[in-house]
Design a protein around this ligand. Structure first.
Ligand code: ZN
Length: 500
């Protein structure tokens, strides 16, 4: 095969097309696929993934990428494409096929054992499967290669460029700032009541409201769609075909509202890639943390702000005149921002959420370093829950067994959630500097100026730069907890009437 950039580009396009079809089959699996197609779809997906892997590890591609990296005539974007695909390919070729197979098997056993352990509320049932997963993930980390820190090699799969030595000091400082902040809020004399409890919110009206939100944030419904699924997600085949899902719960409208805004944040990112990058490795976020910064910015920083609801609450009240009778915008804003230390990560508020993540990150380091006997995992978990959040899980299902990630072998994933929160606050602060009337825009329901600013500075950049470099370019500094902590202090200080 010829060694030209044109041939290389054709392979990049082919790889992206395969990913797009995998995305379509996966989206369908989670939304409309008949239950009986489960087994057949698993085969189809595994065949497609096998094809993708074959095309990726082919020696011709490795040789051509190495050749292209030496060509002085390439443009900056072409060089970035070569760099990104080389990174992906290098990781894929370093893991022997036998290990890939063993991991897939260990994950599927892990998942079954985790489900059974959750049913019986006993970690010990999951323990042998977890031991096997950890053994293989350590082996995989060594196959990827690292400078003595195995966790770095796993983190690289979700957050390229991030390192434990960079991340640990930031997350530890965040933890030390959050523990007293949570305690101060819990002790605050002002109560924030749960005004939405015990009311009924019609599902169809909720669905119509989520579509209004999508329109308001500028999600293009001719280049995407929204459907329903049990666990909301963003997928799709291409920037012109971005699929969001949401979840409707008639007892709690916040599920659908915030799932839609969150996924729309992901979806705007996907729709916003530059046309020049379509079907290349640059039409992608440089990291999961950066992707999550977009969803959290829209969901939390915008979607849970008073300014946003000053415009949208009257619209919501019009959709639910009975259910929201007697609730004013202040009461509603309080209800969507109540701080309450709790057991379950996915139900946590903005202030306590990152303590759940720091806990998991610390546990993952111990597990990957083999510094914690597995039998002691539930006790170590519960001890940290008590120390960080002041709560103790009554059983393992509401404690160490609550997340699916470890059963899937996903070590290194959790910290990307906190990175998303930290980056979202820094980006919003930069947007406020660039758009002096940003709060006024939100108050008037004008969300497009913010979307367009993000589009220019984040979305259209794609994967030209690693995540932290892009953040530095846009905000003037790299990863920091300062902007996020300032944001929490000012918002929750006002809400609870205390100085934080
Ligand atoms: Zn997300």
């Amino acid at each position: 095969m010829e060694r030209t950039f044109t041939a290389l580009l054709a392979r990049m396009q082919e790889l992206r097309d395969l990913q797009g079809i995998i995305g379509l089959a996966t989206w369908d699996q989670e939304t409309y696929m008949p239950a009986k197609a489960d087994g057949a779809r698993a085969h189809q997906l595994s065949t497609l993934q096998g094809l993708y892997h074959e095309r990726l590890v082919e020696p011709w591609l490795g040789e051509t990428l190495a050749w292209a990296a030496e060509q002085p005539g390439l443009e900056a974007d072409q060089r970035a494409m070569v760099r990104v695909l080389t990174q992906e390919r290098d990781r894929a070729v370093r893991v022997p096929q036998a290990l890939v197979k063993a991991l897939a098997e260990a994950q599927s056993r892990g998942l079954a054992a985790w489900r059974q352990a959750r049913k019986e509320k006993r970690f010990s049932i999951f323990q042998p499967a977890l031991a096997r997963i950890l053994e293989l993930r350590r082996e995989q980390a060594d196959a990827y290669g690292h400078d003595g820190e195995r966790y770095d090699a796993l983190l690289e799969g979700y957050e390229p460029g991030m390192r434990v030595a960079r991340l640990t000091p930031v997350l530890t400082a965040l933890r030390e700032a959050l523990i007293p902040m949570v305690a101060a809020i819990v002790a605050a004399p002002r109560r924030v009541p749960e005004v939405l409890k015990g009311r009924h919110f019609d599902g169809e009206a909720q669905w119509r409201f989520t579509l209004r939100l999508l329109e308001a944030v500028g999600f293009d419904l001719e280049a995407g769609r929204q459907d329903r699924s049990i666990h909301p997600f963003t997928g799709g085949t291409h920037p012109s075909d971005v699929r969001l899902t949401t979840r409707i719960d008639e007892a709690n409208p916040l599920n659908a509202l915030f799932s839609t805004i969150h996924e729309a944040g992901h979806g705007l990112y996907e729709q916003g890639f530059s046309e020049a990058h379509y079907r290349t490795p640059l039409a992608a976020a440089p990291s999961m943390g950066l992707h999550e910064s977009q969803s959290r910015l829209w969901e939390n920083v915008v979607g849970r702000s008073l300014a946003f609801w000053e415009h949208f609450y009257p619209v919501l009240q019009e959709a639910f005149p009975q259910a929201l009778a007697g609730v004013d915008v202040g009461g509603f804003h309080g209800a969507v921002n109540r701080v309450s230390p709790s057991l379950i990560r996915t139900e946590a508020d903005e202030v306590t959420y990152n303590l759940h993540i720091v806990l998991r990150y610390e546990m993952e380091l111990l597990l990957i370093h083999d510094e914690l006997p597995l039998a002691d995992v539930p006790a170590a978990w519960n001890e940290r829950m008590k120390r960080y959040l002041g709560v103790t899980p009554p059983d393992d299902t509401q404690g160490v067994l609550q997340d699916i990630h470890w059963a899937w072998g996903e070590f290194g994933y959790f910290p990307t959630y906190s990175l998303g929160n930290l980056y979202s606050a820094s980006l919003y602060r930069a947007a406020e500097r660039a758009l002096p009337d940003l709060t006024g825009h939100l108050r008037r329901g004008e969300l497009l100026p913010l979307r367009d600013w993000l589009r220019t500075h984040i979305h259209r950049q794609g994967y030209r730069l690693p995540a932290e470099e892009l953040i530095r370019q846009v905000t003037g500094r790299g990863l920091t907890d300062t902007d996020f902590l300032d944001y929490l202090r000012s918002k929750y200080g006002a809400l609870y009437g205390i100085s934080l």
